[in-house]
Design a protein around this ligand. Structure first.
Ligand code: BES
Ligand code: ZN
Ligand code: ZN
Length: 467
C-alpha cells in the first residue's frame, strides 16, 4: 500500500474516504460512502500500545470490508496519552506495521474476483506529521513487508514447499542485499557429520538442505547474533504419524525458518550495524521407506548421540545440529525459533510464544523487547532440576522426556533438549517456541493463516544487541 501525508483531513482530494476513529462502538460507512467511522469502544485515554496496534489494524480491515481503496485518516499521537513514551519515529513505525500487516491477504491460490481484491491501495495520513514520524512510517512499511513475505512462505502448502523451495525462497528474499547465502546439501552435511538433520530427512524423497545466511553490517571481528529457525516444510509426524486433524496446518512447521530468513533480510535492508547469521535446517518429516524409526540413534554434529523415542519430536533434533553449527561463529547470542510443541499451546494459548533462556537475569529485558515489538512472549524455566528429562537410556540425549510422563512439561522438555546443545556455546541462548503464534487469532485483525511471528521480535532483539 502507499502511505502519503497531508497537513489536514479537509485537504484530502475527492475520491478519498475520510476515516474517523471514535470512542463509539460503531464501524460503519456513511450512506454517501464518503466517511468511515471506526469506533474503538474505548476511551482514547485508556488506549495502550497493544490496543493501539489493534485499532490501526481495525481501520484497515474495516476499510477492506467496505471495499474502500483510498483512505484519508487524521492521526494524532497526542490523542493517546498512554503512547507518550513512544518517539515520533516509533509511533510512525507502529502504525505502518499495523496497516501493512492488516492489508495482507493469502490469496495466491485464489482466482481474482472481477472487482479485484478488496485491499487498501493508499492511506493518506493527515495532520502535523513530523519528518521523524514519516521516517518511522517508511521503516514500519519495510518491516511489515518482510513480515508479510514471511507469511507468504509459511502459508505455502506443503506440496509446493520442499526444503529446496525454501532455500530458493531464501535466495529470493535476500536478492539485492549484502547477505551471502550458502546452501548445504546432503553430501556436504554428510561430510560435516550433521547426522541429526540427515536422519530426520531420510523419510522424504525431497532431500534436506541446510540454509546459511551471513550478514556483516559491523566490523568482521564483532561477534554475531546467530538465529536458528526450524524449517520442517511438512510435519507428518514421521512413523509416529499424526492422527486426526493434527496434521492439518503442518505445512507451517517451517515458520521459524521463514522468520529467520526474513529477519536476516530485514537486518540487511535496514543496514543494521550488526553481524547477523541465519541458519535454517530444512527437512520434510515423512514416513517414507528410509524414515527414522523410534529407537534409532542419530549421531549429531556435536558428537552427542540422539535417541529418537518419537519421530514426531523432529524439530528439536534438526535444531540440535543448527545450534552446534552456530558455534563456529563464536556468537554473542544464539536465538532458536521453532513451532516446537503442541504443549506450548496448552501452556499459554495462542496469545504469546513461550521462551526459555540460559541467562535468567535477562528474562525481563527479553519480555520488554517482545512487548515493544508486538511479538509477545512469556518465559518458562530452564532449570537444572529439569535435566532428568534429557537423560538418555541407550543414547546420550532422548528426544522425548524420560522424566516420568513425557506429557509433563512438554515445552520445557523441548527447551531442555536444545539446552544440552546450547551448553557448548558459552553465550546467551534464547529458545522461542512459537507454535502458539503460528496462525492468526480471530480477534487480531489479521488474515487467516500465518502471522509472521516473531520477525519483529528478532529485529528488536538484534537492535538491542547493537547498542
Ligand atoms: N510441529 C509440531 C508441534 C506443533 C503442534 C506446532 C501444533 C504447531 C501446532 C512438533 O514437531 C510436534 O509434533 N511435537 C510433538 C512433540 C511430542 C512428540 C513430544 C507434540 O507437540 O505433540
Ligand atoms: Zn512433529
Ligand atoms: Zn514439527
Amino acid at each position: 500500500m502507499k502511505i502519503n501525508f497531508t497537513s489536514a483531513i479537509e485537504k484530502a482530494p475527492k475520491g478519498y474516504v475520510r476515516a474517523h476513529v471514535t470512542e463509539s462502538s460503531f464501524k460503519r460507512l456513511s450512506t454517501e460512502g464518503e466517511e468511515l467511522e471506526v469506533g474503538i469502544g474505548k476511551k482514547f485515554a485508556e488506549v495502550c500500545r497493544r490496543n493501539f496496534i489493534l485499532i490501526c489494524r481495525s481501520i484497515i480491515t474495516t476499510a477492506k470490508q467496505n471495499k474502500v481503496k483510498k483512505l484519508a485518516l487524521a492521526l494524532d499521537q497526542a490523542a493517546f496519552p498512554k503512547l507518550n513514551d513512544l518517539t515520533a519515529t516509533e509511533f510512525g513505525s507502529l502504525v505502518a506495521e499495523a496497516f501493512e500487516m492488516a492489508n495482507y491477504e493469502h490469496n495466491t491460490y485464489k482466482t481474482k474476483p472481477k472487482e479485484g481484491w478488496s485491499m487498501v491501495e493508499e492511506v493518506l495520513v493527515c495532520g502535523e506529521i513530523s519528518k521523524e514520524a514519516q521516517a518511522g512510517f517508511k521503516r514500519g512499511q519495510l518491516v511489515a513487508q518482510e513480515v508479510n513475505a514471511c507469511r507468504v512462505l509459511a502459508n505455502t502448502p506443503g506440496g509446493d514447499m520442499t526444503p529446496r523451495t525454501l532455500a530458493q525462497a531464501a535466495k529470493k528474499a535476500l536478492q539485492g542485499t549484502k547477505v551471502t547465502l550458502k546452501v548445504l546439501g546432503v553430501k556436504e552435511m554428510e561430510k560435516l557429520g550433521m547426522g541429526a538433520i540427515l536422519g530426520i530427512g531420510k523419510g522424504s524423497k525431497d532431500e534436506p538442505q541446510f540454509i546459511v545466511m551471513e550478514y556483516f553490517g559491523a566490523a568482521k571481528n564483532e561477534r554475531p547474533v546467530v538465529l536458528v529457525g526450524k524449517g520442517v516444510t511438512f510435519d507428518t509426524g514421521g512413523l509416529n504419524i499424526k492422527t486426526g486433524d493434527h496434521m492439518y496446518e503442518m505445512h507451517m512447521d517451517m515458520s521459524g525458518g521463514a522468520a529467520v530468513i526474513h529477519a536476516v533480510a530485514l537486518a540487511a535492508k535496514l543496514k543494521l550495524k550488526a553481524n547477523v547469521i541465519g541458519l535454517v535446517p530444512a527437512v520434510e518429516n515423512m514416513a517414507g521407506a528410509g524414515a527414522v524409526r523410534p529407537g534409532d540413534i542419530l549421531k549429531s554434529l556435536s558428537g552427542k548421540t540422539i535417541e529418537v523415542l518419537n519421530t514426531d519430536a523432529e524439530g528439536r533434533v534438526i535444531l540440535a545440529d543448527g545450534i552446534t553449527y552456530a558455534k563456529r561463529y563464536k556468537p554473542k547470542a544464539v536465538v532458536d525459533v521453532a513451532t516446537l510443541t503442541g504443549a506450548s499451546l496448552v501452556a499459554v494459548g495462542t496469545v504469546a510464544s513461550c521462551f526459555m533462556t540460559n541467562e535468567e537475569q535477562k528474562i525481563n529485558d527479553l519480555m520488554i523487547i517482545a512487548e515493544k515489538s508486538g511479538d509477545y512472549m512469556w518465559p518458562l524455566p530452564a532449570w537444572e532440576e529439569y535435566e532428568p528429562m534429557v537423560k538418555g537410556t541407550f543414547g546420550d540425549i532422548p528426544n522425548l522426556s524420560t522424566d516420568g510422563s513425557s506429557r509433563d512439561g512438554g515445552v520445557i522438555a523441548g527447551g531442555m533438549f536444545l539446552r544440552e546443545f546450547a551448553k557448548e556455546l558459552e553465550c546467551l541462548w534464547v529458545h522461542i517456541d512459537m507454535a502458539p503464534r503460528m496462525t492468526a487469532r480471530p480477534d487480531e485483525y489479521l488474515a487467516k493463516g500465518a502471522v509472521g511471528a516473531p520477525v519483529r521480535f528478532l529485529l528488536h532483539f538484534i537492535e538491542s544487541e547493537v547498542k
